[in-house]
Design a protein around this ligand. Structure first.
Ligand SMILES: [Mg+2]
Length: 230
């Protein structure tokens, strides 16, 4: 049917192409160890738990995680000690982030193949600077002439704005776009509401938050390689 052929594949970034949670776990472990080494008297497991508790409370992109954790712990005698421990945590976080941020296996080879057949785009809720840092560190940047970040619309998916911007920039009809993402509400339902075709990156979702409802209607990806069917 004319106008129904897929011409563009648009991807969410974190937990769809980038193994974001493995990076977050490795950086939290490294930061906890460094803060203890810098003098913080807390068990590593407890500190790790508090870092993730802060992510749950403030969002995974929260920029003051270690300060927040330290402030609540109150186990420092003055602001110089506070800062020493905080900087130990931040430094370990950054060093580990640059070492561990990776795309999922097969992402580069699958994108290489898809880029010959389709226009490729990114639509992410990450801020512009973080999105480009991640695209650069993982080597994915050169596949994406079109990258839409939170800063372009100031709206998070599933708000229609980022999806509308994708339609405007590509000049395509919704039915000509396949949207791939790990978040059922934000990515899959958001894109579906706009009339796009969708694929759910189930591999990117933590086991605990994995919802099984409605998935029969979705195109489910067990891994990134499943996109080779396109
Ligand atoms: Mg995601």
């Amino acid at each position: 049917m004319a106008g129904n052929r897929i011409r563009c594949i648009a991807f969410d970034l974190d937990c769809t192409m980038i193994d974001f949670m493995s990076m977050k776990k490795a950086t939290a472990r490294a930061a906890a160890r460094a803060m203890i080494k810098a003098g913080l008297k807390v068990k590593e497991k407890e500190l790790y738990r508090r870092i993730f508790e802060t992510y749950d409370e403030k969002g995974i992109e929260y920029q003051k995680t270690f300060a927040h954790v330290l402030w609540k712990l109150k186990k420092w005698k003055d602001l110089n000690e506070f800062e020493r421990i905080q900087q130990a945590g931040i430094s370990a976080y950054l060093q580990t982030k640059f070492k561990t941020l990776r795309a999922y296996p097969e992402v580069l080879s699958v994108l290489r193949r898809l880029s010959k057949k389709y226009r490729l785009a990114v639509v992410t809720d990450a801020p512009r600077n973080k999105a480009w840092q991640r695209l650069w560190l993982t080597g994915l940047w050169h596949f994406f002439p079109l990258v839409i970040t939170y800063d372009d619309t100031k709206k998070f998916k599933p708000h229609p704005s980022p999806f509308k911007l994708l339609l405007k920039k590509t000049g395509l009809k919704p039915s000509e776009i396949l949207f791939v993402g790990d978040n059922l509400e934000r990515d899959v339902e958001g894109a579906k509401r706009m009339g796009m075709k969708t694929a759910w990156a189930r591999y990117g979702v933590g086991i605990r938050s994995r919802r099984v409802r409605e998935i029969k209607t979705h195109n489910i990806l067990k891994n990134f390689k499943n996109l080779n069917r396109y």
